[in-house]
Design a protein around this ligand. Structure first.
Ligand SMILES: [Mn+2]
Length: 266
């Protein structure tokens, strides 16, 4: 099991999520240590986390660094968890994942569709479109959960490509059954943008959207997904620790718990 911090941001100048790995690793306040180690029990986030070093002033080189770092890890066949960073990190990671795993299956939790027209080095707003257009993952092997803000161009793209989208979820168990059935036997990658949660549970994000998943709902779905035998990797992105201090690090805590549950999965 590998734990890797990827402190990259490609969000048109919007910084903040690059501090998450450092917050988990150094835990430079008693409050943070208390939360991560005593409350969540996630001690290994400090002791076992490595880092892919990136230069956030250079989107091209940072993308390459992440791609080659991730490729090494996937070739080793270890399960891996990547701590963002913003959602742009998922693009180079999935490029590597799709090359190593020919039957990749992607499950994304996000309030947003992240399918705007793609830049050459995709940002946090269009990485998913680029992943599908480049064929890193086949569109029928992508499931998007918790989306509640979508531009028309994104809706059209997802429909045309036949990507399964769950916006409002009324029957949690049925959704979990659907996902596990579809994903079973494929090489599963899970990407969690913490803004999928309602801002009550994850307030410290760049673009909070009302009416999100309850923390209990997210953890139910994740626990079901984490039971899939062919689960390979997870990323957790878009936490802004500096914004979280006034919320007693509620967002950091929920993200650390997601990572810890993945690490516990067999
Ligand atoms: Mn996102």
């Amino acid at each position: 099991m590998k734990i890797i911090s990827v402190p990259r941001v490609n969000a048109l100048g919007k910084m903040g999520p690059e501090k998450m790995g450092e917050a988990l690793r150094t835990q430079n306040s008693d409050t943070l240590t208390n939360i991560i180690e005593k409350q969540v029990g996630a001690r290994r986030l400090r002791t076992q986390m490595s880092e892919i070093e990136v230069d956030n002033s250079n989107v091209e080189s940072s993308e390459k660094e992440i791609y080659s770092g991730a490729r090494e890890i996937f070739k080793g066949k270890d399960k891996a968890v990547f701590v963002g960073g913003d959602h742009s990190i998922t693009y180079p990671i999935l490029k590597a994942f799709g090359e190593v795993n020919k039957n990749a299956f992607l499950i994304v939790f996000d309030a947003h569709a992240d399918c705007d027209y793609a830049n050459k080095e995709p940002t946090h707003e269009e990485w998913l479109r680029a992943v599908i257009e480049k064929g890193f993952v086949r569109p029928e092997n992508v499931i998007l959960i918790g989306v509640r803000k979508m531009w028309d161009v994104e809706k059209k793209f997802l429909e045309e490509n036949g990507v399964k989208v769950f916006g409002d979820i009324f029957d949690l168990e049925a959704v979990a059954d659907y996902i596990t059935e579809r994903a079973n036997g494929k090489d599963v990658y899970v990407s969690v943008d913490v803004d999928v949660l309602d801002p009550a549970f994850a307030p410290a994000v760049s673009y909070p959207e009302p009416n999100g998943l309850l923390s209990r709902e997210l953890f139910y779905l994740l626990r079901r997904i984490f039971c899939i035998k062919s689960l390979r990797a997870l990323d957790v992105v878009e936490v802004v620790p500096e914004k979280d201090e006034k919320y007693d690090y509620r967002t950091v805590k929920v993200a650390a718990k997601i990572v810890e549950e993945f690490l516990e999965s067999k």
